[in-house]
Ligand binder design. Structure first.
Ligand code: GUN
Ligand code: ZN
Length: 441
């Protein structure tokens, strides 16, 4: 007799997942949609997906009868949403009035991050943040901690307890920040090595080398970041790039020998697979080409970019240039934990460029594109057999406005578009992690 540690699970609903980028014309071969679908999950992984009757008939009746069942009727079941750039210590900074990036950092963000020298603050905030992610349908995120090693410790422990696939790392920052938030090259090396040893590859966690951005690290510290990235397989890198004109001018003044902002990271060995940069709004053609050639990804943060007045990321042009692009809330520069609300803003930003984000492509962006941008698509992003069974269940008629808007509407693209624009976390009915319910409305 086989001994299973977790029960088999059957999730029934209207299943939608992506196999590739639908492009600007919503290529019908890029996704699979099963209006009466089933997801069969064994040991937390997708064992089968498809039409309900086909999936059920392939399972031995006694095994099917013994499985845990979740019948979501005609609710949408999508792969768990992927937030490719956010800051958990900024959970309480969301909605702080009226500044652009550098002023906002100094006025609100740095003071808030100072509180994380207290491990208790870190633990309580990590719990709050992860609970909010799950309530918003997000199951994987690339997350900035603070300069304090304890902030990573707390986040990793809470994410591990929830069995989440999460990326995080200690912020490296050895200049141009309050002294309480600065480390040194030696501190950063000691802390990063210890944290990598302890957490990288444990459960579903991976460590991310996290120099905050070029202005707050010396060249020596950026070089250390590059060495760390190269030191072990599967380490990730995250930072910020070309978000705001004043920031870009500052980088130019600090690194006059570099061709442009991207070149600062390039010269320190910080481009390549598993590296992702937040914002990437004000980039030249040469910078985009180098990101594409090296496999360096961009995190599109439309709520943050509008909130901080940073500018309009050109999603269509970036993808056309060959970049991997994921969607991101950038909490607390962003104004919501919801990737659904973030898609609404992404659509509006794409309209500025007169290349509207199409309805199917939007949901690809929030799922498989994010997994690809983080180089985690071998594990998550869709329901291919063998992948980890993280999913979100959405009620596309959760509010009176959606219900009224969608009366008589049957087409998938029209329904998804209305959900993007009118929907939000009220539409999240449930979130499953490795098949198990982790949030239920
Ligand atoms: N650039 C450097 N640090 C930050 C940050 O915390 N948030 C945002 N939006 N941009 C940054
Ligand atoms: Zn950020």
């Amino acid at each position: 007799m086989t001994h299973r540690t977790v029960p088999d699970r059957l999730i029934l609903g209207q299943i939608l997942h992506f196999l590739d980028d639908p492009g600007e014309g919503d290529d019908p071969h890029s996704y699979a949609h099963f209006p009466q679908g089933a997801l069969w999950i064994v040991e937390g992984r997708v064992a089968a997906v498809g039409h309900r009757r086909a999936v059920e008939s392939a399972i031995a009746p006694e095994r099917l009868a013994a499985a845990e069942r979740f019948d979501y009727g005609d609710r949408l079941v999508l792969p768990g949403l992927v937030d490719t750039h956010c800051h958990y210590p900024q959970s309480a900074v969301i909605a702080s009035f009226g500044r652009q990036l550098l002023d906002w950092l100094n006025t609100y963000t740095f003071p808030a991050e100072m509180a994380f020298r207290d491990p208790e603050v870190a633990r309580a905030t990590a719990r709050y943040f992860l609970d909010r992610l799950l309530a918003h349908g997000t199951t994987t995120a690339s997350v900035f901690a603070t300069v304090h090693a304890a902030s990573v410790e707390a986040f990793m422990a809470e994410a591990d307890a929830r069995q989440l696939r999460m990326l995080t790392g200690k912020v490296m920052m050895d200049r141009h920040a309050p002294p309480e938030l600065c480390d040194t090259v030696a501190d950063a090396e000691r802390d990063c090595v210890a944290l990598i040893e302890r957490w990288h590859g444990r459960g579903r966690l991976r460590y991310t080398i996290t120099p905050r951005f070029a202005p707050t690290s010396t060249s020596a510290q950026l070089a250390l970041a590059g060495e760390l990235y190269a030191s072990r397989p599967d380490l990730h890198v995250q930072s910020h790039l070309a978000e705001n004109p004043d920031e870009i001018a500052w980088v130019k003044a600090l690194f006059p020998e570099c061709r442009d902002y991207l070149d600062v990271y390039a010269r320190h060995g910080l481009l390549g697979p598993r590296t992702i940069y937040g914002h990437c709004i004000h980039l030249s053609g040469a910078e985009r080409a180098e990101m594409a050639a090296t496999g360096t990804a961009a995190a599109f943060c439309p709520t943050s970019n509008l909130f901080l007045g940073s500018g309009f990321f050109d999603h269509a042009a970036s993808v056309e240039a060959g970049l991997r692009v994921g969607l991101a809330t950038d909490v607390g520069g962003g104004s919501s934990f919801s990737l659904i609300r973030t898609l609404d803003e992404a659509y509006k930003v794409s309209q500025v460029h007169r290349r509207p984000l199409s309805p199917l492509r939007a949901w690809y962006l929030a799922t498989l594109a994010g997994a690809r941008a983080l180089y985690l698509d071998a594990f998550i992003g869709n329901f291919e057999a063998g992948k980890e069974a993280d999913c979100v269940v959405l009620d596309e008629r959760a509010t009176p406005e959606l219900e009224f808007r969608l009366r008589g509407v049957t087409g998938l693209a029209e329904r998804l578009f209305a959900l993007t624009v009118l929907g939000d976390e009220r539409c999240v009915v449930a979130t499953h992690v490795l098949g198990a319910p982790a949030f239920q409305r």
